[in-house]
Design a protein around this ligand. Structure first.
Ligand code: SF4
Ligand code: MG
Length: 335
């Protein structure tokens, strides 16, 4: 089967300008040669620290942000060559849910108006049909018809995110890009919203890209997970494989800070040194080498490519490029 979304060689370079002539003196490689696919009905988690390029990637998929380079195939269409009108239509099928629903909901509009807006933008239905759909989707996300007359500030954080989700569903999208949808919510509310999203995925046959800064959050919702570091995808694998046997030292470090439910199960603690380097001046070779406890000579010289180390499990790290024997590999990868 063809994936619903296929991304190849996606890049976003922001120019760094300096001096009174605003001369371009370099580039921030916010997203640097990222490739992945998402099959229909599945959830791809994309995880990384702030500034790793995960949100920038999400925004480029809808072309809310223009890629510097790369291919985006969505639902049989080449997103990069669509006309304005075709792009507008394609955007009906891709919707976003944002981290901060309060910032993304117009405070002066009633919830009814907020939910109706995407239908108006895309010319879907007459006024009566739109009103009906607003009520229907308020109920779908666990709210009620009387909420349509209220304003965003009259809701709790969790309810506001339900409104953000309802708004994303109004146009019957195929793909939802959720950019840290639960990061701003209390832990107890997080799981309610995650459960709701999982139910909606089944009911509406949705495909998700779920962006998060924490591997714990995406664990149960994702079929596959990609880990990003300084604009690059450093590991991409089936969820089970990624959590059971993380290969990249950065993934191992992220996971060693995630609590495990089984008290007898202990992960090796992988501690990374220092802070994430500035994306405007990333380290040479493997950009993780300044923090990696396993860094070797080659690591500061050569960029490791994302290669399939095992079936359905890709990693960009020189530890896995065949120059090491299996003992060392299993030692590094084992947890
Ligand atoms: Fe560490 Fe080298 Fe692998 Fe980068 S390539 S993660 S520095 S071992
Ligand atoms: Mg972000």
């Amino acid at each position: 089967t063809t994936p619903l979304l296929k991304v190849e060689g996606l890049k976003k370079y922001f120019p760094i300008r300096q001096g009174i002539l605003s001369k371009v003196t370099g580039h921030v490689k916010a997203v640097d040669d990222v490739s992945f696919y998402v099959n229909e009905g599945e959830t791809l988690g994309i995880v990384g620290e702030s500034g790793c390029g995960k949100s920038t990637t999400g925004r480029m998929l809808m072309r809310l942000l223009e890629p510097t380079e790369g291919k985006i195939q969505f639902d049989g269409k080449d997103m990069m060559t669509l006309s304005k009108e075709e792009l507008r239509k394609a955007r009906r099928d891709i919707q976003m849910v944002f981290q901060d629903p309060y910032a993304s909901l117009n405070p002066r509009h009633t919830v009814g108006k907020i939910l109706e807006e995407p239908l108006i933008v895309h010319g879907m239905g007459n006024a009566a049909a739109r009103k009906k759909k607003v009520i229907e989707f308020l109920e779908v996300v666990g709210l009620s018809s009387y909420h349509a007359k209220r304003y965003p500030h009259q809701f709790s954080g969790g309810q506001r995110q339900r409104i953000g989700i309802a708004r994303a569903l109004m146009t019957n999208p195929k793909l939802i890009i959720a950019d840290e949808p639960v990061s701003a919510l209390d832990v107890s509310i997080q799981s309610q919203v995650l459960n709701l999203m999982q139910d909606l995925q089944k009911d509406f046959k949705l495909t998700y890209i779920f962006i998060a800064h924490d591997l714990g959050v995406v664990r149960h919702i994702s079929d596959r997970v990609g880990v990003m570091y300084l604009g690059k995808m450093v590991e991409l694998a089936d969820s089970e494989s990624l959590y059971d046997k993380p290969l990249h030292p950065y993934t191992q470090a992220l996971l060693s800070s995630v609590p495990v439910p089984d008290p007898d199960f202990k992960r090796d603690q992988i501690v990374v040194k220092g802070d994430i380097p500035s994306p405007s001046n990333p380290p040479s070779g493997c950009t993780f080498h300044t923090r990696c406890p396993f860094a070797m000579e080659i690591c500061s010289k050569t960029v490791p490519q994302l290669i399939e180390a095992e079936k359905g499990h890709s990693v960009a790290c020189h530890l896995y490029n065949g120059q090491f024997d299996n003992d060392i590999k299993s030692n590094v990868g084992g947890v």
